[in-house]
Design a protein around this ligand. Structure first.
Ligand code: PMP
Length: 395
């Protein structure tokens, strides 16, 4: 059977692949410690579930406007005003079927074949593939330890060409767990002034920040930034609603209208009763539930980074956001561990899983082969056990 070249060129998601292999081993009764998860290990708060049940009982089971019900887009506009100091009308917001869908649809709406997209590495695995699916080309900016894995204004300036259509900013970042400071973002925004470069600002981890880290929306930096930015966010991470598939994009009216047109043919509206639950999610009890989760993640971030740094040959910056550690393990490359030759992050992850039964995600698909990603969206006990195994395996 024929499949399209387009489909053939897209590999399966590496993060989903490692989770699948770990689950396969678990199903065989193997005691695997999973650091692969991209989902908070907390349940969706009850008040959100109750709102979904009530919406179902009230018959909210039919199609809605393709871009989402106006009540939800109004609630999102109010959230963006209150928390992010951003002025968007409901017409400037489209509710998507998860943040991943927001990314895909945004790329489809603003990119043409031949366009270039600047993508700082490490990047979330979905960006390069959605850029490719829009016929555009990713121009990767490689970052490193010395710059805390963040791009500099000089690097950005040197990468912009006449073909540059978009810059992807993801802060707090997956897989790095790092966050740009407001000053760093301002310097980036300054470089873009006078260019036609749009920005996709993926702010899905905004609530999960640690220590004295400050979060600011890219579009809130200046009027110039506002006019060129698509602000992307969703309910998956902050409200532990990964399975509900609810994301959203806010931005210049023309771009959002284009996304809405595409959505009206691709998927139509996000699940109707879920949209009502999303309105509830943005309501008052939210802050308390989110803060509880954030505090727990902060504790784990500290513990995991400290433990990783105490293992010989591992260097791990303390995460300032999201729920990932992204240590550099490259000093172990070239070794032979129990018969497995470790020449990069793929070998490292595979051998660790098969020999020590610890699942983590190789850095290669995130654009950083020196590193591996460990999610701390799992219990403290699992973190301790998994890191014990990792330490013993490397010794
Ligand atoms: N952006 C980033 C950076 C992510 O890590 C994720 C989830 N892995 C998403 C967007 C999308 O999440 P969802 O589709 O569940 O809303």
């Amino acid at each position: 059977m024929k499949t399209s070249k387009r489909a053939q060129e897209v590999p399966p998601s590496a993060t989903i692949a490692v989770t699948a292999r770990a689950q396969e081993l678990q199903a065989q009764g193997v005691d695997v410690i999973g650091f692969g998860a991209g989902a908070p290990d907390f349940d969706t708060p009850d008040y959100i579930k109750v709102a979904a049940v009530e919406a179902l009982k009230a018959g909210k089971t039919k199609y809605t406007a393709a871009a989402g019900i106006v009540e939800l887009r109004t609630a999102i506009a109010a959230k963006l005003k209150k928390e992010n100091d951003l002025d968007y009308t409901p017409a400037q917001i489209v509710v998507n079927i998860g943040g991943k869908h927001s990314v895909y649809e945004a790329m489809q709406a603003v990119l043409d074949p031949g366009d270039e997209v600047i993508l700082p590495a490490p990047y979330w695995v979905t960006y390069p593939e959605t850029i490719k699916l829009a016929g555009a080309t990713a121009r990767i900016i490689q970052t490193d330890k010395a710059n805390d894995y963040k791009i500099t204004p000089e690097q950005l300036k040197g990468t912009i060409t006449e073909k540059t259509a978009l810059l992807v900013i993801n802060s707090p970042n997956n897989p790095g767990g790092f966050t740009y400071t407001p000053e760093e973002l301002k310097a980036i925004a300054k470089v873009l002034e006078g260019t036609n470069v749009m920005v996709l600002s993926d702010e899905i981890y905004e609530k999960l920040i640690y220590g004295d880290t400050k979060f600011i929306s890219f579009a809130a930096l200046s009027e110039d930034a506002y006019n060129r930015t698509l602000t992307l966010n969703g309910f998956s991470k902050a409200f532990s609603m990964t399975g509900w598939r609810l994301g959203y994009t806010a931005g210049p009216l023309e771009a959002i209208k284009a996304m809405g047109r595409l959505q009206s043919h691709m998927t139509s509206n996000p699940v109707t009763f879920g949209q009502y639950a999303a309105i509830a999610a943005l309501g008052e009890p939210a802050a308390e539930a989110i803060e509880k989760m954030r505090v727990e993640f902060e504790r784990r971030a500290k513990y995991m980074a400290e433990r990783l740094n105490s293992i010989g040959g591992i260097e791990c910056p303390r995460p300032t956001g999201a729920f990932y550690c992204f240590p550099d393990v490259s000093s172990h490359y070239g070794r032979n561990i129990n018969g497995a030759k470790i020449s990069g992050s793929m070998d490292f992850a595979q051998a660790l899983l098969e020999q020590a039964k610890v699942a983590l995600v190789p850095g290669l698909p995130f654009g950083c082969d020196n590193n591996v990603r460990l999610s701390f969206a799992c219990s403290q006990e699992q973190i301790r056990k998994g890191l014990d195994r990792l330490e013993k395996w490397l010794a």
